[in-house]
Every structure is written in structure tokens, then in C-alpha cells.
Write a protein that binds this ligand. Structure first.
Ligand code: PRE
Length: 354
């Protein structure tokens, strides 16, 4: 085999790829001008979903599907950047899992804007200080993220996309595991590696702080301290990583919602997130869910939260398959709404490409 000849082949293809990427970018730039004139959003989740699905289906290999999708994530990110700088707020500081979710969902072409708390991410989007926000909704180990559910009910922003982030946890410390006396982290990661801590660091004191990035800062100051944080912490700290993937469940996933001010058009494979509160009576929830059954609609999530206003009154959060503009979904929602003390659709958005 002649390696020089193979590399000459790669050089020629790369030149062609760069030429085509620039041609694609020029079309994107023109789309940006059109969007500006017609007051349309830059980020179009339903178009991205249709485009990615088409590419995944026509991919003959040997390029694997995941790599193809990652490459296109960055291509579309660069296109968005050419159309107009887009800002995505997240609960900071830099290096948190929410930051990682922004980078993985939107690529490196957007401006990731750290905010102090989940409520601030909602306010940044509402006020226009950010175009979009990335907020965690639920984790496979720890369940729902209550501040997000509460903010969704109170705010008028829309759910415009969803994203699943596999959460891997790492132990960072200047000391070996046997010498660690105290560990800093956010409550969620602590909950996601209980078994590891019980087995390996039973005597260490666990100290909850506001973010995994803050945990790293504190652990840097004490020689017998450690922090539990995500992979991105490596980019922001000199502390060595002394144990990898310490999460109890290797399929530990956090589901995020992208919030924004736009309403998506159907992509053909969508989800709708909504919430409702019921007047208290026997069988109320059973009756409320009947329209979904009658219209043959699948429910992928149901959660309840106490309403702040009443005693033991609950607000239910539901995700269903389908777009709110589809006749069956619209009909089911209209029927459900009749029985509710409160009813709100957060938005319809494309399902994650499996
Ligand atoms: O089709 C558009 O609306 C574009 O802006 C182009 C493009 C792309 O690169 O393909 C970029 C951003 C959108 O989120 C969707 C698609």
C-alpha cells in the first residue's frame, strides 16, 4: 500500500470539502439575510431535525452515524454564527454540566452566557438578554429538577428543543483517594454517585455547593479535599482527575430543554410539553388523561409538583408525542383544558434523533 498516494487522495478531498463548506456557508448567510428581513428565528430545530435524519439515512458508511451527526452539529453551528451571533444562557459558572450541554447541543459557534441560577436563565431569555436558554429538567438517577419546572409554569418562554446529556462524573484532587477528608460538589452529582462514595470514601465529609465549578475552586485550596465534577472541569482546572466515571449508573443522563421565544413548526416527529392543575375531586387525574387515550396519544412523562397557592393541590407536568398543531393533539388538549383549573402548553419541539 502506498501511503503517500492515499494521503494525496485525502488532500484532494479535503480541498473539495472546504470549497463545498464555504458554498454551504454562503447559502446560510443568504438565509440569514432573509430571516432578518422576515423577522424569523435563526435557530430552527425542526429544520435541523429533518436535515440530520435525512443525512443519517443516506450515510453509506464507513463513517459512523454519531461522528456524522457531530460533524454536522459544528457545520450548522458555524452557519448560525454567520447568520447572526446567537447567545445561549445557562446556569454557570463555566464548566458546569449545563455549559457542556450548550456546547454539545449548539456547537462552538454560539455565545454561551453563564447566569447565576436557573431562574436567571429564564429571565435572560424573557428579557431578550439571551436568544435561548439551556435548562436541566430531569435526571435518570435523581429525578426532576424542581426549579426548572417551577420557572416553566411561571414564565412565558417556550420549550423549543430537548437534549440528552450523558453525565459522567470525575473525582478531582491533589491527593490520592485514601487521603481525602472532604468532598465538594453540587447536590445532584452527590446523589448520582452515592454507591461509589459509600464504597470508597465512606469517612469523607460531603459539602454541598452551588455548582461543580465552585466545588473545583474550593478543592484547589485544600490539599486533603476533592471535588466531583464533569469532564469540562479539566479545561478550567489544574487539579488532577484521580477517578473517572464514578457515577453509579453508567447510563446516567440529564435531559435538558432549550427555551426560547419562538414557536416551532412540526418536524414530523415531535414532542409537546405541557402542564395543568385540576380541581380536587375523586378521579380527576384519571378523567383528565382520558383525552390522550381517546385520541391515541402516547405520554412519555408525567410528574407532579405541589401548587404554591393551595394545600395539597398539584400541578401535573406531561410530555406527549406529537406537535400541538396536529389535529389529534389539538383536540385532546382542548378537551383536557375544559376540566382544568390551569392549563399551559410550554411548546412543541422535535424529538431527539435516536
Ligand atoms: O435552514 C435554515 O434556516 C438555516 O439557517 C440553515 C441551518 C443549516 O446550517 O442547515 C442553520 C441553522 C438552523 O438552525 C437550521 C439550518
Amino acid at each position: 500500500m502506498d501511503i503517500e498516494k492515499l494521503r494525496t487522495g485525502i488532500d484532494a478531498i479535503d480541498a473539495e470539502i472546504v470549497r463545498l463548506l464555504n458554498e454551504r456557508c454562503e447559502l446560510g448567510r443568504q438565509i440569514g439575510v432573509w430571516k432578518h428581513e422576515n423577522n424569523q428565528p435563526i435557530y430552527v430545530p425542526e429544520r435541523e431535525r429533518i436535515l440530520l435524519e435525512r443525512l443519517a439515512n443516506l450515510n453509506p458508511g464507513p463513517l459512523d452515524r454519531e461522528s456524522l451527526l457531530a460533524i454536522y452539529r459544528e457545520i450548522m453551528s458555524a452557519t448560525i454564527k454567520l447568520e447572526r451571533p446567537v447567545t445561549v444562557a445557562y446556569m454557570g459558572p463555566e464548566g458546569t454540566f449545563s455549559h457542556l450541554a450548550v456546547l454539545e447541543k449548539f456547537g462552538r459557534g454560539v455565545v454561551a452566557q453563564p447566569e447565576a441560577a436557573i431562574g436567571d436563565v429564564f429571565r435572560a431569555v424573557e428579557s431578550g438578554r439571551a436568544d435561548y436558554g439551556m435548562v436541566p429538567v430531569e435526571n435518570t438517577t435523581e429525578g426532576v429538577v424542581n426549579p426548572t419546572l417551577d420557572s416553566l409554569t411561571a414564565s412565558n418562554v417556550k420549550a423549543v428543543a430537548e437534549f440528552n446529556l450523558p453525565v459522567h462524573l470525575f473525582l478531582y484532587s491533589a491527593s490520592p483517594v485514601s487521603e481525602i477528608r472532604c468532598i465538594y460538589s453540587h447536590p445532584q452529582p452527590f446523589g448520582q454517585c452515592r454507591e461509589y462514595l459509600q464504597a470508597n470514601l465512606r469517612n469523607a465529609t460531603l459539602i454541598e455547593v452551588t455548582s461543580t465549578t465552585r466545588a473545583i475552586e474550593l478543592a484547589e485550596r485544600e490539599s486533603d479535599a476533592a471535588a466531583i465534577a464533569g469532564a469540562l472541569a479539566r479545561e478550567y482546572s489544574e487539579l488532577p482527575c484521580i477517578a473517572e466515571n464514578i457515577e453509579d449508573n453508567s447510563r446516567n443522563i440529564t435531559r435538558f430543554l432549550v427555551i426560547g421565544r419562538q414557536e416551532n413548526k412540526p418536524s414530523g416527529d415531535d414532542k409537546t410539553s405541557l402542564c395543568f392543575a385540576l380541581h380536587d375531586r375523586a378521579g380527576a387525574l384519571y378523567d383528565a388523561l382520558r383525552p390522550f387515550r381517546n385520541h391515541n396519544i402516547s405520554m412519555t412523562m408525567i410528574e407532579s409538583r405541589p401548587l404554591k397557592s393551595g394545600n395539597w393541590e398539584y400541578c401535573f407536568f406531561v410530555d406527549i408525542l406529537g406537535h400541538r398543531d396536529e389535529p389529534e393533539i389539538a383536540a385532546a388538549c382542548a378537551e383536557l383544558k375544559q376540566d382544568c383549573a390551569m392549563f399551559k402548553v410550554f411548546g412543541s419541539y422535535p424529538r431527539i434523533l435516536q
